[in-house]
Ligand binder design. Sequence first.
Ligand code: BEZ
Length: 400
Amino acid sequence: MTDSNVQVSRRRFLKTAAGGAAVAAGALHAPFIIAQPAKLKIGLMLPYTGTFAALGTAITNAFKLYVAEKGGKLGGRELEYVVLDDESDPAKAVDNAGRLVNRDKVDVLVGTVHSGVQMGMVKVSRESGVLSIIPNAGAGAATGQLCAPNIFRSSFTNWQTIHALGKVMMEKGHKTAAWISWKYAAGQEMFEGFKEGYEKLGGKIVKELWLPFPNVEFQALLTEVAAARPSATACFFAGGGAVKFVKDYDAAGLKKNIPLYGNGFLTDGTLQAQGASAQGIYTTLHYADSLEIAKDKDFRLNYAKAYKLQPDVYAVQGYDAAQILDLGLRAVKGDVKSQKGIIAAIEKATVDSPRGKWRMSKAHNPIQDSYLRQVVGEQNKFVSVAWKALADPARGCKMG
Ligand code: BEZ
């Protein structure tokens, strides 16, 4: 059935249902009944336990904040949530996503945070054709080799978050660096992104250090950083793991002589717990806490009012996931089966985001500024635009 056929047959169904109800109502002298479209089912597949639990919660909070701002509806449709804790476990990803799509019959799949889990979700999204929005995980393939018309991101690719960091570190005079991260898809892709940008400008990576996700036993690796004597360290950690890494790096006495850099996940949503250990750290990311953007000021105020918490980059991505879904649905008057119309509307939109305005690339990934930020108190303060309108190269994507 084509997209427009689906639209027509659904409209016909509503008309018939309303007509039938009116006849029945007349026969029984009951009040006139107007048929309401069924609630839109949103599958939220995110981590709510483990090292990325706070990330999943922030995405969920902000998604619901946007919906609340729109009177509890997206594209005129009321919502019903089916919430699933993916535990950041790639081994369960295909089964979990499959259950949401095939058993729970969600209309839209929103998730997730962890790149490995995302790969399982992408498989289900491609096979089922369900409209899917990625509110964090940066796995390049999702908007690269495996890009698909029904898959959108409201976040970033792993490459995109760290591409500017090499330039920043070279400008600060760090000609040698150690790299440390978790050994899984995101850590590996971020390393490749960092290496590409840093080595192109003459930087040399003198030590590569890895530990399995989500381990946080950093001590032996920190001894190796000290022994390698790099000018600086670059890394990727996020959530609970980032809190411990920043504190351990400081406690090992490394911070002063071998400054720590990373993409902004290192210090986003973590500053209260990291305390003095995070002060002064420079990172790159597509959000900062002190942007002079009216939309961001409103967003921060409303989020803090609703949740008694400061928002972070994950919250921004959750908010924008709801926002792109809303603008797609509005274009088709809430008819989620009218997928071509939804896709066309999202593709041509300019998203008015707390991070600044952005547009989708042809591969369905945000084209956005990468900011240099520095930790001051409990804020990732905006320093400068490290890279204007940075687009992921979308290697291998055949769309568009
Ligand atoms: C990822 O696995 O893609 C990821 C997780 C946390 C923060 C950023 C990226």
